[in-house]
Design a binder for this molecule. Sequence first.
Ligand SMILES: NC(=O)c1ccc[n+]([C@@H]2O[C@H](COP(=O)([O-])OP(=O)(O)OC[C@H]3O[C@@H](n4cnc5c(N)ncnc54)[C@H](OP(=O)(O)O)[C@@H]3O)[C@@H](O)[C@H]2O)c1
Length: 270
Amino acid sequence: MAKLMTLGAGNMASALLFPMRNSLEGFYAFTPSVTKAAELAKTMGGKCIETLDRYPKDVDFLFLAFKPQQFDQASNELLEKAKIKESTVIVSMLAGTPLEVLKEKFNSDRVVRIMPNTPCTTGKGVILTLFGAGVNDEEKKELLFLLNTAGMTHDCESEDQFDAITAVTGSGPAYIFEYARQMASYLESVGVKETKDLVAQLFLGTSKLMTDSPLDFETLRNNVTSKKGVTYEALESFKADKWEELTHRGLQKNLKRSLELRENALKLRK
Ligand SMILES: NC(=O)c1ccc[n+]([C@@H]2O[C@H](COP(=O)([O-])OP(=O)(O)OC[C@H]3O[C@@H](n4cnc5c(N)ncnc54)[C@H](OP(=O)(O)O)[C@@H]3O)[C@@H](O)[C@H]2O)c1
């Protein structure tokens, strides 16, 4: 079993790391304010590291879980104060920060990019991975074992693929929450008061059907849609409003922003 340390203990770190609590040999957390690291360390049954000069000697996986804009300051402080053992694998969840930037900063290709999503907290997340060339098969296996406690992992072939899929699986929960909000707001407009459970159960049941059924999404949709029926009317109206184009355009904008962030990160290191 591995020993894991996280720098940053905000929303995403907590969501991803919580399901790993029984699968680790050791857990350490550091945050500048101490409070969040102490809270996460307590839930994980691990230790809060109050200052980086007390960085532990035995960390196998070091997770970077602060904001991308804190990358330079946080990693410079880490490199200055901590003695990171050579065999440590650095695992970054920083959006828009490519492997090349991580490799250069830590002078190592034992680096991994991951992109989790907030459903990880339920153990049903999606976590994208992109491994640096220096991570060996055994370390990959160990990291995937830990990540799988939080959901399904998907290994990407390239930085481009990683960013393109992120537009769906990383940001996707936000689109789905927004769609759920719109459905709830419609229900409220027709006088329904308790809407959250109704809409949440609709998504839960539909997701279960999507995962359990061997049928593709189109067939599953058609199974709910009789010609000239009520569902058909709604779908035809969405189609007339170019729903699919709207979705693709939004996802393309997401990818464009990722590419801008990547470019900026590459420029900044020079
Ligand atoms: N939210 C998502 O859905 C999502 C999805 C995928 C990836 N991500 C990535 O996950 C990362 C964290 O996002 P978040 O939403 O969890 O942010 P967040 O809730 O704002 O948490 C950021 C954490 O970073 C800590 N921090 C700040 N400066 C630091 C430093 N110098 N050294 C160590 N820790 C430091 C903060 O500590 P204090 O508590 O002391 O302020 C805080 O605990 C980002 O890089 C984001 O791109 C997020």
